[in-house]
Design a protein around this ligand. Structure first.
Ligand code: ADP
Ligand code: MG
Length: 378
């Protein structure tokens, strides 16, 4: 029996086959879930963070992440070292997640893991762990697209925070992605705009490198920008069609500008560091929010969310809230812990996939590229 490996390639009949494979187990699971919430173990290892989380329903019981410091000295993530560190971290991280949640592994209903997108070697570690654990424990597995996770992190219970109403737009800004996603339902998403070259986080990190900051420099730009004048140095905005982005031109213009100025004054960067950071941050934030506003207007959507590591940026958060007030939006910004790569967002996506019976089988493999398929649930 041939079972398709990719959601994007899975035709309804393939899914029916997978469903029939799991039908008996799934029916038993549904029965046992009748009077209680699902307990899911989430595993995320797409880049340089090894994370495991336990959720019950939409409540996070634990979310444990081991970050990898080793990459700092190389100025970026080294894939081979990331894979090795994941191998070292994954079992202790899952163990701590279970302990913190006060859950025995036998109580888990399903294991959700990041299948993609990300670094292949890193993804393979999480995927292999999930498959082996599931086989040993006789539990079902759910293969999650991380980009769904970033969006669905907004549905994790957080005290005092509302959850977005459908349809909403989510701006996903991270080191690897810059996307505007239209969300019609939990698993019904469409990317309506994305970067054609660098991601917003990459733009922050590359600009930071030019200023002499260590990797990842995004948070350091943020820190210095707070003390600087954003209008002292301005950089051009790219002219890209529709709701798409481009950041590679910005990096080049910063590079040429710094080369020109440091030829005149070798201390130019040190003397103007705060203002340079403020100018760069202001430019990236206004590029990112400009397209978001355009999309929200065109689609007449008033519920706007952000996700991904760059949504930690204080300039972006403030500007989004200001824009939201002016445009009469309801804005949603998740807790920082759920913005960067984390297993809680994978577990909650697993919950919504489990509700639809969307399981994977043991033939599933990690995939570096995994676009958001539209209308997965149909
Ligand atoms: P990915 O896993 O796709 O690389 P993450 O979601 O882990 O992305 O986010 C990491 C990215 O977020 C890095 O590019 C980092 O510089 C950026 N970042 C994190 N915090 C900030 C901040 N306060 N300001 C700007 N960029 C930030
Ligand atoms: Mg990351």
């Amino acid at each position: 029996m041939k079972i398709a490996n990719s959601h994007s390639r899975r035709m309804p009949s393939d899914r029916a086959i997978i469903f029939s494979n799991f039908a008996i187990g799934y029916t038993n699971l549904r029965k046992s879930l009748k009077n209680r919430e699902t307990i899911i173990l989430g595993i995320e290892s797409s880049c340089d963070d090894t994370s495991a989380a336990i959720i019950r329903g939409t409540e996070v019981l634990s979310n444990v992440t081991a970050s990898q410091k080793i990459h700092e000295q190389y100025g970026g993530v080294v894939p081979e070292l990331a894979s090795r560190a994941h191998q070292k971290n994954i079992i202790p991280v899952v163990d701590v997640a279970l302990k913190n949640a006060n859950i025995d592994k036998s109580e888990i209903d399903a294991i959700a893991f990041t299948r993609g997108p990300g670094l292949l070697g890193s993804l393979v570690v999480g995927t292999s762990f999930a498959k082996s654990f599931a086989m040993a424990m006789d539990k079902p597995i759910i293969d999650v697209n991380r980009m769904y996770g970033h969006v669905l992190a907004h549905f994790i219970d957080e005290e005092g925070k509302d959850k977005p109403e459908f349809p909403f737009l989510c701006l996903t800004v991270s080191g690897g992605h810059t996307q505007i996603v239209l969300i019609r339902d939990y698993l019904d998403m469409e990317v309506i705009g994305s970067t054609i070259d660098d991601a917003a986080g990459e733009a922050f990190d590359k600009a930071a490198k030019l200023l002499g900051f260590p990797y990842p420099g995004g948070p350091l730009i943020d820190k210095h920008a707070k003390l600087g004048d954003p209008s002292k140095f301005t950089f051009p905005h790219p002219q890209i069609k529709d709701y798409n982005y481009s950041f590679s031109g910005l990096k080049t213009s910063i590079l040429y500008f710094l080369q020109k100025e440091t030829q005149k004054n070798e201390h130019f960067i040190q003397e103007n560091l705060d203002d340079l950071c403020a100018g760069i941050q202001h430019t990236i934030v206004s590029i990112v929010l400009g397209k978001l506003k355009k999309a929200a207007k065109a689609l007449d959507i008033k519920h706007i969310a952000i996700a991904g590591g760059v949504s930690a940026n204080s300039g972006l958060r403030t500007a989004l809230l200001e824009m939201g007030e002016k445009e009469n939006w309801n804005t949603y910004i998740p807790k920082f812990e759920y913005c960067t790569d984390n297993a809680a967002m994978i577990a909650i996506t697993g919950k919504y996939m489990l509700d639809k019976g969307l399981f994977a089988d043991q033939s599933v493999s990690a995939t570096a590229r995994m676009p958001i398929p539209s209308q997965l649930n149909k």
